[in-house]
Design a protein around this ligand. Structure first.
Ligand SMILES: [Zn+2]
Length: 238
């Protein structure tokens, strides 16, 4: 330790010293003085006490403003550090809560669980609600959202669909059987209607032909009779 050598406290160019050098000299002198107390060395004590005192005097008389500024800056830095630690703590808390919210958002709505399985097993599906999904000639009249969960485009939501924008479409085996029966009945009804209108047409042709010739040997009359007979409804012609 340089403090052990009293000559190390002196320099040729102390005029170039700043507050740091003077403070360094003061600190070294104080430590050396304390050591001389332990060593019961009264002479050294006196020397280091004088060095410490003169160093402190130079610090105040020549560098008071600089020392004050440095200490004030230090205090500002400490305050800034406290503010930084507070801000950092708050930032971490915000990040944690954002992360929790994100995890909540990723959790699937329990109401949507099992939709895919049900669609696969029952053969049913979700389709856009006719109450809130407008179409014109089979095309949507505006851009509607698509729901990946329901695997269907969805309307804006209304009382018909409970605000979901889609409705469940499902046909049971009974529904399908009923539908087929109705279709067959409709087909049969359609056939009958067609046959009747055909007969009516032929009857009109027959009447026209009969009126035109007043004789059953006219080719048009014969042709009409033949056609009428092929429909199985010849007795209507009488
Ligand atoms: Zn709706």
């Amino acid at each position: 330790m340089t403090g052990n050598n009293p000559m190390s406290f002196f320099s040729d160019n102390v005029d170039a010293w700043g507050p740091l050098e003077w403070f360094d000299r003061l600190a070294k002198a104080v430590h050396a003085r304390n050591r001389s107390v332990r060593d019961k060395d009264d002479l050294s004590f006196e020397l280091y006490q004088n060095i410490a005192s003169s160093s402190a005097t130079r610090l105040v008389s020549d560098f008071e403003d600089k020392v004050r500024m440095a200490l004030t800056t230090l205090r500002e830095l400490e305050k800034a550090n406290v503010a930084y630690v507070d801000a950092n703590t708050e930032l971490l808390a915000t990040l944690e809560s954002l992360q929790r919210e994100n995890e909540d958002a990723k959790r699937i709505d329990p109401a949507l669980i099992g939709i895919c399985e049900e669609m696969e097993e029952s053969g049913g599906h979700w389709q856009p609600c006719t109450g809130c999904y407008d179409t014109l000639e089979g095309h949507p009249t505006q851009k509607y959202d698509y729901s990946p969960a329901l695997q269907s485009p969805v309307g804006c939501g209304c009382h018909e669909c409970g605000g979901l924008g889609a409705v469940w479409w499902y046909m049971s085996e009974q529904d399908i059987a009923d539908f087929e029966k109705i279709s067959e009945e409709l087909d049969a009804e359609h056939d009958l209607t067609m046959r009747i209108s055909r007969l009516e047409y032929l009857l009109r042709s027959l009447c026209k032909a009969y009126a035109a010739c007043n004789g059953e040997d006219h080719p048009a009359y014969v042709e009409a009779r033949t056609a009428l007979a092929s429909t199985g409804g010849a007795h209507h012609a009488e």
